[in-house]
Design a protein around this ligand. Structure first.
Ligand SMILES: [Fe+2]
Length: 451
């Protein structure tokens, strides 16, 4: 039945698209349709015994076989449980939201109904809940076996959407977030306590409705990125999303105290650009340092601007922002140690994209104090976001492991690669080989036992 739907949908869309299959529907981006549970996992090497939990990853996996944009497919979670040096199971499950369960779902039907999430972008844990996130809707709670429990609207207080990239403060345990909307208020700040209560909802004044994928936090501030990817229904025909690049909108960074409001924001003009993902940000006296994967533009028909690592320095005493390119390699899906979120970091990890390819052929480890980097070559493998998991028994910031789902084209199966982050260019310490393919996706996290 699924394949019949796939065939019909694909046939229709392929004729519309002159037989062109976009990158997000072919090769390892092609969706899988089977929900698998297996304990048949082969481990090469030795899984560190300090790793006890599960590596979860989310991604767009359209149940119909077709989506008009990479971002629009139904969410599918992949997970592997690791304990005592063993890999216990692999599972994949669709996130069963009303959007998924509706046989006639499309992107326009999801606008404005906060329960109609694809829940396809990220998966986090906070206040004892694992949540699948997508930026236009409510979070969806799942259990540690990847089964969907239901939406989390924070006891009815969350009326609008919540970003897929909230930040957990390592010092207070708060979840700092925002939501954006096509209608006023276009941007809303959200602060959630360590116990999972939505304690602050703050409308933020911006000129118009834009796509705001992520933001930044420091010990004392949040920093919004008000960038010119502007909501425009005409974008559906051009980009597959109701968003278009419009440089006339301008570009600004808004610095606000974490418990402040609209009246407390200072805005700083910057050159037009787009940032899907910051690496991290922190305060240094009157300065705020923000490392970002910066693109010259996005949602601009005919343009494909690569993400490159940049550093913004906001000097609050001078009212200026300086911008410095740190690397010329295409890098995105940045991560830092969770205990450094909002605090000064020395190290950052990115997926390094192969030239002219939509997948990572390796990982980068940046040492931002020594201004150097290391490259881990996946030797033909196609990597996803490198998740850093701290070794709880060592203080050093980079003492831990990089975990990532990697596709191996030669076997058309996937594996989890585990690198020693301090021996970054060396062979993985372990590879957990899965009997199935995990399609290229978006973001994920390590969820430790006892979360
Ligand atoms: Fe993202």
């Amino acid at each position: 039945m699924i394949h019949a739907i796939l065939d019909m949908g694909m046939a229709k869309k392929m004729s519309e698209a002159k037989q062109e299959i976009p990158f997000w529907l072919k090769d390892n981006f092609a969706p899988v349709f089977e929900e698998t549970s297996t304990t048949e996992l082969k481990v090469v090497g030795q899984i560190p015994r300090e790793l006890n939990g599960r590596l979860l990853r989310n991604g767009a996996n359209p149940k119909s076989g077709w989506s008009d944009h990479w971002f629009l497919g139904d969410g599918m979670l992949h997970g592997v449980e690791i304990r005592d040096g063993n890999a216990n199971w692999y599972k994949n499950r669709y996130v069963k939201t009303p959007m998924f369960l509706d046989p006639n779902s499309d992107v326009m039907s999801s606008l404005g109904d906060m329960s109609r999430s694809t829940a396809n972008t990220h998966v986090i844990h906070h206040a004892g809940k694992i949540m699948a996130l997508e930026e236009g809707h409510w979070p969806f709670i799942i259990d540690d076996q990847l089964e969907t429990i239901g939406p989390n609207n924070y006891e009815g207080k969350l009326k609008g959407s919540m970003t897929a990239h909230p930040k957990i403060c390592p010092e207070t345990g708060e979840l700092l977030a925002f939501g954006y909307s096509m209608t006023p208020p276009y941007l809303t700040y959200l602060r959630i306590s360590a116990s999972g209560k939505l304690v602050q909802i703050e409308p933020i004044s911006v000129k118009g409705a834009t796509m705001i994928h992520d933001f930044n936090v420091t010990r004392d501030h949040v920093i919004f990125m008000d960038l010119p990817a502007v909501w425009n229904l005409e974008g559906m025909a051009e980009t597959g999303l109701p968003v278009l690049w419009d440089e006339s909108y301008g570009a600004r960074l808004g610095v606000m105290p974490r418990d402040g409001g609209d009246q407390d924001i200072t805005w700083y003009e910057i050159d037009p650009c787009y940032v899907f993902h910051p690496l991290n940000s922190y305060e240094d006296g009157e300065k705020i340092i923000i490392d970002v994967c910066r693109m010259d533009d996005t949602m601009k028909p005919g343009s494909s601007s690569p993400p490159l690592l940049f550093r913004w320095v906001i000097d609050r005493s001078k009212g200026t922002v300086t911008e410095t390119q740190l690397d010329d390699r295409m890098a995105d899906f940045p991560r830092v140690c969770d205990s450094k979120v909002g605090l000064k970091h020395q190290y950052g990890y990115c997926a390094a994209f192969a030239p002219s390819k939509p997948f990572a052929d390796g990982f980068l480890k940046y040492d931002l104090e020594k201004n150097n980097s290391a490259f881990h070559n996946l030797r033909g493998g196609q990597g996803s976001e490198p998740v850093f998991v701290k070794n709880p028994e060592d203080e050093l910031e980079d003492s831990g492991w990089i975990l990532s789902y990697v596709f191996r084209p030669e076997t058309e199966t996937s594996e989890i690669v585990i690198l020693n982050a301090q021996e970054f260019e060396e062979e993985p310490v372990a590879r957990i080989q899965l009997p199935v393919r995990v399609p290229a996706g978006f973001h994920g996290n390590w969820v430790p036992d006892g979360y």
